[in-house]
Design a binder for this molecule. Structure first.
Ligand code: SAH
Length: 213
């Protein structure tokens, strides 16, 4: 992997995503210009622009680029200002969001991953992001309400606290729900009314319940 030449391979990845159904130009452009190889161990950098999830340590993965693009498209179906991500992981999805919305908050339960993500985002000069070491099931109450909440790990059920932290005027929760078999759900809030639709079957690591790591 010739790191200085990443824009060629990143552009190819964006073209690949376009060919499999991603159409939002801003999302494709962010994928084409973001150095995904910087969000993983160096030993895997040669695979950074493949359309696959890859291990980032601590049993976690950097999401598949198609999934990152698809979820970001869902976020951008409205015009959100303030977005909360649950599951910072490598920070790659965070960095894509940060290029497309005004303010991004992101919560991660594994402190070493959060620390590395923080450094990467700083290095890329993405300063409209605030990270927090915490439990995603709790959301981030002091920063609520959010126009969109994006969960990048699969929850057994929809976390009540995340619904409460959605903007009552059309805030949307995008979340994989399930165990072995998971569905990507989009829940839209209008006042106390919550409308839910499914975006199909997906595969994510679990949204852990319990102590922080
Ligand atoms: N968006 C990330 C995806 C990482 S995988 C990326 O593209 O790299 C999902 C992440 O969710 C993991 O880092 C995992 O540690 C985190 N996670 C799991 N359960 C969590 C919880 N309850 N609260 C916060 N983060 C959690």
């Amino acid at each position: 992997m010739i790191v200085s030449n990443f824009q060629g391979v990143a552009r190819k990845l964006a073209q690949k995503l376009q060919s499999v159904g991603i159409s939002n130009e801003a999302v494709l452009n962010a994928i084409a210009t973001t150095p995904r190889h910087e969000f993983m161990p160096e030993s895997l950098a040669h695979q950074a622009y493949d359309n696959t999830a890859l291990p980032i340590g601590k049993g976690q993965t950097i999401s598949q680029p198609y999934m990152v693009a698809k979820m970001t498209e869902l976020v951008l179906e409205t015009t959100p200002q303030s977005v909360l991500e649950i599951g910072t992981g490598s920070g790659y999805q965070t960095s894509i969001l940060a290029q497309l919305v005004t303010k991004v908050y992101s919560v991660e339960r594994i402190s070493s991953l959060q620390y590395q993500a923080q450094r990467r985002l700083k290095r890329l000069d993405l300063h409209n992001v605030q990270l927090r070491h915490g439990d995603g099931w709790q959301g981030w109450p002091s920063k609520a309400p959010f126009d969109a909440i994006l969960v990048t790990a699969a929850a057994e059920r929809i976390p009540e606290k995340l619904l409460e932290q959605l903007n009552p005027a059309g805030g949307r929760l995008i979340i994989p729900v399930g165990g072995q078999s998971q569905e990507l759900l989009v829940v839209e809030r209008q006042g106390e009314d919550y409308q839910q639709k499914s975006e199909g079957t997906v595969k994510f690591v679990p949204l852990i319940q319990g102590d922080l790591a």
